[in-house]
Ligand binder design. Sequence first.
Ligand code: PGA
Length: 248
Amino acid sequence: MRQPLVIGNWKMNGSLVFTEELLHTLEARIDDKISCEMGICAPFVYIKFATELTKRSVIKIGAQNVSEFSAGAYTGEVSASMLKELGTHWVLIGHSERRSLFNEANTALVQKVLAAQSAGLTPVYCVGETEDDYKSGKTFNVIADQVGALLGSADVDLNNLVLAYEPVWAIGTGLTASPEEAQKVHAFIRALVKEKNIESADGVRILYGGSVKPDNAGSLFGQNDIDGGLIGGASLDADAFVSICQQA
Ligand code: PGA
């Protein structure tokens, strides 16, 4: 049995006041209707504040990126051990915005996963095809390439890892993959993990992301291989995020 997991990705949004208000509201709303594990990936500068605010709650705080290097002359970078020191639990790696806007490629992303795991963080490795890939029927090739890069590293710990499938054309657009379409990709990802390690494949959680909202969350989460969601826009709204968590 995989415990459902819902992680909010605030992206580059918020402020100190926003962080405090939203986290307080979420905490106040968490009740026994929520049985999923919950995470919030906040901007780096709010992580310490956020971990203090959620100390007594079930919400675990994450980061949205991490350096592949452990320390040294890498101006502007933040290492995995620095994040760990702040109480960070999750770290998103390879979000499509990092891949496309900041040219992050598979090789460096796998190094980031290794850096995160060796510092004791849980990486959330994101994959997904662009609209062009989707329209030209290349979804499975792209996913095989992105997941394959990760599985190609013998050092990755498949038991301390979350995967997220986020079709790029669905992120922030209001479009979503249909539950059946998403399920096919999730099952494909799980089969790839299974080829590498049968035991880990059953336990690894694969989240769906891309315009998940209260009105489509239930049907997506109802699919066998969809173990929860990575939520962008809707995670900035306490009512929407709580409703999504209740459905997971
Ligand atoms: P969205 O973003 O829910 O706003 O589409 C998802 C994501 O980018 O993780």
